[in-house]
Design a protein around this ligand. Sequence first.
Ligand SMILES: *Cc1c(COP(=O)(O)O)cnc(C)c1O
Length: 479
Amino acid sequence: MQLIFEKSVPGRRAVRFDALDVPEAGLPETLRRREAAALPEAAEIDVVRHFTHLSKRNFGIDSHFYPLGSCTMKYNPKVAEVVAALPGFAQLHPRLANAPEYEDAVQGAYALIYGLEALLAEIGGMRAASIQPIAGAHGELTGALLMAAYHRDRGNAHKDTVLVPDSAHGTNPASAVIAGFHVVEVPSCAKGFVDFEAMKAALGDHVAGVMLTCPNTHGMFEPEVREIARIAHEKDALLYYDGANLNAIVGQCRPGDLGFDVMHFNLHKTFATPHGGGGPGSGPVGVGERLLPYLPGPRVVKREDRYTLDTPEKSIGRVAAFFGNFLIAVRAYAYLRYYGGDGLRGMSRDAVLNANYVQARLEKAYQPAFDGRCMHECVFTGARQAEKGVRAMDIAKALLDRGFHAPTVYFPLTVKECLMIEPTETESKETLDAFCDAMLEIASLVDRDPDALHAAPVTTPVGRLDEVKAAKDLDCACR
Ligand SMILES: *Cc1c(COP(=O)(O)O)cnc(C)c1O
């Protein structure tokens, strides 16, 4: 595979213009390059073919089933793209949205921000939400800063610790530490839930907050969540909801009603906005009564029939420029209005149904990590396969050869040889069956021909890489 630079031919052009019939207005001398930029020179058709070809060598949600657990890689409805491309949104200069003298011109954008924050607050059972944070992890950091502001305000200087279950995403402890807290890990019990007794024992007066994911990253709903909220509140500790798995419960129950004080939403997981190549994400934060005064500002507020900006008196301030990734918020709003309440309830129900279908079809061949039904994702341990010399990584790579993106592997860290599969509600039974058939065929190969799996993938443009080297040395060999 040649690089576009290797296809470059001196003097070749995609576009040619006639000679100027007006005087040339050059750049000022100080802005001019001393040497020409090292750009490839190619014809338009060759550029188009080059990049179209490259795009087809990738796995994406628009081309393949993508069962990555804990990430919720679901179909991005194209109607949301149409809405986000409306010129009033797409061509809105961010500075306009922050300049009071232009308020008349941006009432539509303000109405959308106001409307989306209200819908998110309702779905989360929160008092209010802010769309500023630009990733789930950024929402966590914002939430941790809100908890810190609350305790500072109350003179709770001794509250310097946040409790995080061992099954949590790595961003949870990282966010808490960046916000200035110590982190104490709470173990899971054999059933895959937070160990309630250990949680109780860890919940001393020094605890500022508890971060929970529910359903947790084992794909299980925490049965003691209300009890955990009660004992946390007894100690004046706040309960944080990591909303990465919210798509399992949207419209069925609300974090606020379960006792959570603060949460983030991953619009790029729950509300079908694109993940992109690591972004742009959006991780709005929602708060209950206790944290309302500290929300990031400025906020869009409604006065009579007009939208305007206001910053809560005790606000922690801005956490992002402007209103975060606004066009992602537009897509999420379009998705929410397009689905409506019944549609969203159907979404979470079907997400859980699909995961249980996959679990039921695979559970003889692969050992479920925990007993019982799962929520929106099913978690298996490949320990049995590992005894025969085939690791979770081999299974993941073998799936690529069969036309499927791999599930999440080796996360959460609490499960040996973890395979975490999240089909999402947008996949048909035919697609789920084709994926399960591939998984079962791979399981049978573990017994018959494990070496065939060690070689995988053999059909992809790039074979099995030394992952550390691939990250450090980008010039590695492709087929
Ligand atoms: C994805 C995820 C996060 C972090 O969200 P980003 O948007 O990727 O920053 C946090 N917790 C859990 C459980 C997740 O799956």
